[in-house]
Ligand binder design. Structure first.
Ligand code: ZN
Length: 294
């Protein structure tokens, strides 16, 4: 028997009630209940581009308090005011095209689903030659990568307050921005994950600046990404800065837009010095260019 819309809705409602009871949704519930005063209403939203790797800007309509919204079980960034709330949905590069849904919690405790449609986008292919050991990993490197992968999944799951007060991002490094987001990459003839960030060519040592205010979430030296800094801009909006030659911050540091977090380098799996910058929204890597002024 196929599940009906209603049974699905009530299942989600029960699950959320259970999670809330267990305290697992406390951050999100807190967001909806503890701040009746003015929440951030950014004057500049990211570009609404409903394709894999894009961002959907979905109106949730008016409500006295900020509604909770989810994609699957992942909380979404909801901004606006009592006149109109907007959910920002990061669409993963691996998303299938067609109809998709978010779940919105209604004021009387139920849920409703809101549909949007993900259009097709054909990203170009990029062929790269790198050191053979960074494509066919040794057992030791494979084990290291697995550990890092688990750690990074935890980092990416961060959803913190305060929510971002602004969404227009400053370029973290002046330089030549490649339109490299989403490229289907082939390393030494072998297909690998698509390129989930923006590469900016710059000399080793060039300062890397925070594109938005944020708290340093994680720093480390990772197999593929090299020296890396993660910034938490709030509400599940994160930035990842890779291949750094220097890291100038520590977890917990709070940076304002334009403050230095490190320097461009060539650490990790690279073909030369550059900044790799990823923007992560509800655990999906989306095109950073969508956050520049349109
Ligand atoms: Zn890159």
């Amino acid at each position: 028997m196929p599940p009906s819309f209603d049974s699905h809705g009530s299942m989600i409602s029960r699950r959320q009630a259970l999670l809330a009871t267990a305290g697992l949704l406390s951050t999100g519930l807190h967001a909806a209940t503890s701040k009746p005063s003015k929440p951030p209403a950014p004057s500049v939203w990211p570009q609404d581009l409903r394709v894999p790797g894009g961002v959907a800007r979905l109106s949730l309509g008016p409500a006295a308090q900020r509604p909770l919204a989810f994609t699957g079980e992942v909380p979404l960034l909801v901004l606006g005011d009592a006149i109109e709330w907007t959910a920002l949905v990061g669409i993963p590069l691996a998303a299938v095209t067609g109809e998709a849904f978010i779940t919105v919690q209604t004021s009387h405790g139920g849920t409703r689903q809101l549909a949007y449609s993900v259009g097709p986008k054909q990203y170009r292919e990029q062929r790269l030659k790198v050191a053979p050991g960074t494509v066919d990993l040794s057992p030791e490197d494979e084990a290291r990568y697995e550990r890092e992968h688990t750690h990074l999944a935890q980092v990416m799951a961060s959803f913190s307050e305060p929510l971002p007060a602004a969404l227009r991002m400053q370029v973290p490094v002046p330089g030549r921005r490649s339109s490299s987001f989403g490229l289907r990459r082939v390393f030494n003839g072998q297909a690998r994950n698509p390129h989930s960030g923006m590469d900016i060519a710059a000399a080793t040592g060039t300062p890397v600046l925070a594109p938005l205010p944020g708290r340093v979430l994680d720093t480390g030296d990772y197999f593929f990404n090299g020296n890396t800094v993660w910034l938490d801009h709030g509400g599940g909006l994160l930035g990842m800065f890779c291949h750094l030659s220097a890291i100038d911050v520590q977890p917990g540091d709070v940076l304002q837009t334009g403050q230095r977090l490190g320097a461009v380098g060539a650490t990790g799996r690279v073909t030369g010095p550059h900044l790799h910058w990823s923007v992560c929204l509800n655990r999906a890597m989306v095109d950073p260019a969508l956050f520049f002024s349109a």
